[in-house]
Design a protein. Structure first.
Length: 135
């Protein structure tokens, strides 16, 4: 069963980001429309979570046997079994992609400011500690 049962009734409601990553231990991570699911290689669910009020425009980045997802206001790092390791509150509502370059993660997040969406360019290390981009 999916947390999305009853939430998606037409193909137009499927607009958004859909992510699939294979971790180094063979587990699969699926993330879309606010639903995060971790399965073993046989498709058996090990962990699932639905993030309320999270937009469809979010990101997933595999980090070997761990992974990072963006949700409303947070970056969250998980183990291959779905245990939360750490999180960083960054306050943005939209993050369509995370790019890994060596030991750093780079992203552009969108923030709601009244009727405007403002952008924030950011970077963290693999433990989600912010890295200054102003040097």
């Amino acid at each position: 069963d999916s947390s999305l049962n009853g939430l998606v009734n037409t193909s137009d409601q499927l607009n958004g980001s859909f992510h699939l990553e294979k971790l180094s231990n063979g587990n699969l991570v699926m993330y879309s429309m606010g639903e995060l699911r971790v399965t073993d290689a046989g498709g058996n669910t090990l962990f699932s979570q639905f993030f309320e009020d999270t937009s469809n425009n979010q990101a997933l980045a595999g980090l070997g046997d761990r992974f990072v997802v963006s949700t409303r206001d947070y970056l969250k790092k998980y183990s291959s079994s779905g245990s939360l390791i750490t999180e960083l509150k960054f306050g943005g509502q939209y993050m369509p992609e995370i790019l890994r370059d060596g030991d750093s993660l780079f992203f552009i997040a969108g923030y709601e400011d009244g009727e405007l969406i403002k952008t924030f360019y950011g970077s963290t290390d693999l433990d989600l500690n912010l890295i200054s981009l102003q040097e």
